[in-house]
Design a protein. Structure first.
Length: 251
């Protein structure tokens, strides 16, 4: 349980966190994020991604930085950072490889893919092969659902999709990443690294045109809509005067 709550510190420890790693550009971008929202605290989620784009994880300094920018306590920021799995509590590799091991993907080979990659890298869930942040380093994790059941089994690299994978394909993909290559995802833009992906999740697209240039949907995903169009299938229309059920009274 130590790791889960490592950011909930005493006031003295929080005051000691050195935020000098975040330069003037990062501080300016933090203010740009805040300006997007009517309430500053609403900027916390993208600001945590901004922190990760700098450090490769959310450190105690990152917690303090967000708290300072948003006039929150470090406990409030920690509560959010430790709730969502996309915020990493220890340094991440150059690439984050997420293997879906939820029911459908697992049954179709997701468990075998995860086992193969774990054995090759010599790591388990949320562990890193190589020195975090350096070229060819990889953090492996299992994901509960990647919302691509029609293309199972799937994995993601820095949140970009690689569909219809086999253990052999996944292994070759990871070996290519270790060699410093960046294979093209099945869908989405050209592959970045983890910190680059985090910058995009913070809302900063240094090359927006290339980011949106990749295919956004697979043939399998669109097949149902295509069949409906070809055969003239439509959903029943909604009556204009449909009666809504009464709202239960509060007790």
């Amino acid at each position: 349980m130590t790791e889960q709550f490592q950011f909930t510190t005493t006031d003295d420890a929080a005051e000691a966190a050195d935020t000098s790693v975040f330069d003037e550009q990062t501080r300016s971008e933090a203010q740009q994020i805040i300006a997007r929202y009517p309430e500053p605290r609403s900027a916390l989620l993208p600001m945590l991604h901004l922190v990760q784009s700098v450090q490769g994880h959310v450190s105690p300094a990152g917690i303090q930085f967000c708290a300072d920018q948003l006039a929150l306590t470090t406990a409030e920021v920690s509560a959010v950072a430790t709730f969502y799995t996309m915020y990493k509590r220890k340094p991440c590799g150059q690439h984050l490889v997420s293997v879906c091991t939820n029911t459908l993907c697992a049954a179709l080979g997701g468990d075998a893919i995860y086992k193969t990659l774990g054995e090759h890298l010599g790591v388990g869930h949320d562990e890193t092969a190589g020195t975090p942040g350096e070229e060819g380093s990889i953090t492996l994790e299992h994901a509960e659902c990647l919302a691509a059941c029609d293309l199972a089994p799937v994995l993601q690299v820095n949140y970009e999709y690689f569909d219809n994978q086999t253990p052999e394909q996944a292994l070759e993909l990871v070996k290519a990443l270790q060699r410093g290559e960046k294979p093209a995802p099945t869908r989405g833009p050209a592959l970045s690294d983890f910190r680059g992906a985090e910058r995009q999740l913070a809302g900063f697209f240094d090359d927006l045109e290339s980011t949106v240039a990749g295919p956004s949907a697979a043939v399998e995903t669109l097949r149902g809509a295509q069949l409906a169009h070809e055969r003239g299938w439509t959903a029943p229309s909604m009556p204009d005067d449909v009666e809504l059920p009464p709202v239960p009274e509060k007790k």
